[in-house]
Design a protein around this ligand. Structure first.
Ligand SMILES: NC(=O)c1ccc[n+]([C@@H]2O[C@H](COP(=O)([O-])OP(=O)(O)OC[C@H]3O[C@@H](n4cnc5c(N)ncnc54)[C@H](O)[C@@H]3O)[C@@H](O)[C@H]2O)c1
Length: 373
């Protein structure tokens, strides 16, 4: 039985606590939050011990593991504290605000043989799993191009409610860190290791100091290139097109930006491999490679990120999203911010010192994100 505590209960942490209280193989023994009313309500409902200071929970309880579901700026300090105390740690996404923080967390976990899991639950969504399966099975052939858009409108009221989401110091970024770290994680999970980023970022329509729009190009080790269009100033649309040598996929959702099963998911198979067509394989000098379209079926099966964390601790193996695999999304996000603000092409792995320096400038207000007047 994995004895576990949850830190941060207002939003998703409350849901994690409820899930763990009901999960076979886990025993929820304690919860922590600064908000005393919330702490009382959750601890009484789940019949577990309440703590206002998570450090006291870590030292005062006999725990094997902890879940951290607090604002972004607390992920690294709380995660390091728990790992250094010998606890397996599940941290909500993003794993940290900077790649240098993520490095320290991964080292702390791996040097102690502890599991570090990250809350990138979009990897469990049926549509995303079907898309990854299709890519891994080679249905598209060598991927050369990706267009990935994640668009939604977020009203000022969203930021007024949770003020921590507004600042570089507390959120580490806006649309990239908060809404689309999931999609960037999916992109790296599906396409592989990113190696280079160039980007423009801006704040087009919000009072908060962080970016609300990012347009970025990412090159992958495989040679594939991706254009990302990410914004919270738009009508909701989740659109992906991924093309390879053998075919192309269109994946689209307008009903839910955090799409589990998309409205449209179609695979187009080329009549002949595109490289062969380009080389003049059938002697044609005009026209297009023929394509036949089919709908891609998405089953409803959905694994649980939290169950995978608990079973990795009890039975060995790895959780669905390890700290090491989640760091790729942070490399891309930090790379986009560095490129967008310094106006340069950024190599991945991101230069840790240069990104830390930029974060200091952004948090102090010395440097600001572009705002069209
Ligand atoms: N995986 C997902 O789909 C998903 C969904 C929502 C949120 N998240 C992530 O979860 C994290 C929390 O987001 P949220 O929306 O639940 O935020 P929230 O602001 O609603 O809740 C955060 C909680 O942390 C508590 N807290 C703050 N400082 C604390 C401290 N020092 N000690 C103990 N508790 C403290 C707050 O009192 C609050 O109850 C963020 O990283 C967010 O990005 C992930």
């Amino acid at each position: 039985m994995v004895k576990i505590g949850v830190v941060g209960l207002n939003g998703i942490g409350g849901r994690h606590a409820q899930t763990l209280a009901e999960m076979e193989g886990a025993e929820l023994v304690a919860v922590a939050d600064l908000k005393e009313d919330l702490l009382k309500e959750v601890s009484e409902k789940l019949d577990v011990k309440p703590w206002t200071d998570f450090r006291e929970m870590v030292s005062g309880e006999d725990l094997d593991a902890v879940v951290i579901a607090t604002p972004h700026f607390l992920h690294a300090p709380m995660g390091l504290h728990c790992l250094e105390a010998g606890l397996h740690t599940f941290v909500e996404k993003p794993v940290a605000m900077t790649v240098s923080q993520a490095d320290r967390m991964i080292d702390a976990a791996e040097s102690r043989g502890l599991k570090l899991a990250v809350g990138h639950n979009y990897r469990t969504f049926p549509g995303n799993r079907a898309l990854k399966r299709l890519i891994d099975a080679g249905e598209l052939g060598d991927i050369y191009r990706v267009l990935w858009q994640w668009l939604e409108a977020r009203a000022e009221a969203y930021y007024d409610r949770d003020i921590w989401r507004c600042t570089w110091e507390h959120a580490g970024g806006g649309v990239l860190m908060n809404q689309t770290s999931h999609d960037i994680d999916l992109l790296c999970w599906m396409i592989g290791e990113p190696v280079e980023v160039s980007a423009m970022i801006s704040n087009w329509g919000h009072r908060a100091e962080i970016e609300d729009t990012a347009i970025a190009n990412v090159r992958f080790a495989s040679g594939a290139v991706c254009n990302l269009q990410l914004s919270i100033c738009d009508r909701r649309l989740n659109y992906r097109q991924i093309s390879g040598d053998k075919g192309t996929v269109i994946y689209q959702d307008e009903k839910n930006a955090n799409s589990q099963v998309p409205d449209t998911f179609r695979l187009g198979r080329y009549d002949m491999p595109m490289r062969q067509f380009i080389a003049g394989g059938d002697g044609r000098t005009a026209g297009q490679n023929e394509i036949s379209w089919e709908d891609v079926a998405v089953d409803s099966e959905r694994p649980s990120l939290m169950e995978s964390f608990i079973s990795a601790i009890s039975d060995g193996g790895e959780p669905i999203t390890t700290g090491r695999s989640a760091r790729w999304a942070l490399e891309v996000i930090n790379g986009i911010v560095l490129s967008g603000i310094r106006k340069e092409v950024v190599s991945i792995p991101v230069d840790r010192d240069r990104y830390d320096e930029l974060m200091e400038e952004l948090t102090s207000g010395k440097t600001q994100v572009y705002r069209p007047s």
